[in-house]
Design a protein around this ligand. Sequence first.
Ligand code: NAI
Length: 390
Amino acid sequence: MNVGIIGSGTMGSGIAQVAATSGCKVKLYDTNQNALDKSKNALEKVLNRLIEKGRIDENEKSRIQGNISYVNSLKDLNDSNLTIEAIIENLDVKQKVFADLETYVSDDCIIASNTSSLSIASIASSLQKPERCVGIHFFNPAPLMKLVEVIPAIQTSKEVLDASVETITSWKKVVAVAKDTPGFIVNRVARPFYGESLRVYEEGIADFATIDWSLKTLGKFRMGPFELMDFIGNDVNYTVTETVFTAFYFDPRYKPAFTQKRFAEAGYLGRKSGKGYYEYQNGMSSAEFISASAIKDDELAQRIFDRVLVMLINEAADALFLNIASAEDIDNAMTKGVNYPKGLLAWADEKGIDWCVNQLDALYDEYHEDRYRCSPLLRKMNREGKTFFC
Ligand code: NAI
């Protein structure tokens, strides 16, 4: 299969590696020659590291490298069966590239976008044959993260959706099919992990380290929310939150936090700037700092963990209620896309649907904010004594 990748930055390079490893002939295109050179060098380093770890040998390295060619004209992608675009997150620029690309490729070439925040319908509308357009959303780093969200636009044909799922599955990824709505699955369902933790902090209930410690200890999350925001970058994470909030017509459930906005404005971006919610220059890792300085009060930790968890469960249940994806795909998305220790719907079954409803109702009673409204699905399941999976 011939795969064209547009944009050789972080995501395009990773996707090219995945496709080439699976035996596809990849053409990686970028307008910037430096970006192409950088991508080529980065792949060399990644493959050398895999050799050092004994995961691949020299032959495999040559095979993967031999499957990728680096091109600087869009026209060179003319023999592609599938193209995946991973350029700058700007609708006008993407639409222009898609319209140009369509003049070069054959009628049955699938044209996909790796966009995180734009609607696939809006990107597809730039094509003469919009039914060939689909969202294929990888996670960073693409070679390591198992999940890929596949997003049909309202224009996408069933054949194109089925063929995309089949191809991505053959690349040894776990596919979750998601509706073309803001944040798809992961970037929607994960919002309360950050948002509710920031709210707990803003209310003065606990400091960053204590909140992180609560979620790591009781929830077995690999990183606490503040540690993770520092890892992602407060600028990037804040922008995603603000974009999702705007795209949901300002639903208060997705409201961004001033705390994070100020951190981003101050340049306290996290690991990449040396300072975020934690300091990264004092020799202590955030994980060490958290375990050393968190207030280890079991009752407080339980209260924080329960509150953040139930808000995550509510978001996952509402995504199912609104047919964003199947229950299996929602749980897979969170465990394979962002390494959650358990799927949120399975977690709801474990805690009990009545527990979820009671927790949410208690929060609503306390605050009278729409943010804490219980998903109608949880309420109905509770009335009918149902569970998600058992
Ligand atoms: P990046 O900034 O690392 O790479 C973008 C590349 O596109 C650059 O090399 C640039 O030279 C090239 N480019 C820009 N305009 C172009 C054009 N008109 N034609 C050809 N090449 C062009 O960006 P990154 O992070 O790889 O993101 C790319 C896309 O993937 C965006 O849509 C982003 O929303 C999405 N995405 C990003 C993730 C991430 O964690 N970075 C995760 C999932 C999706």
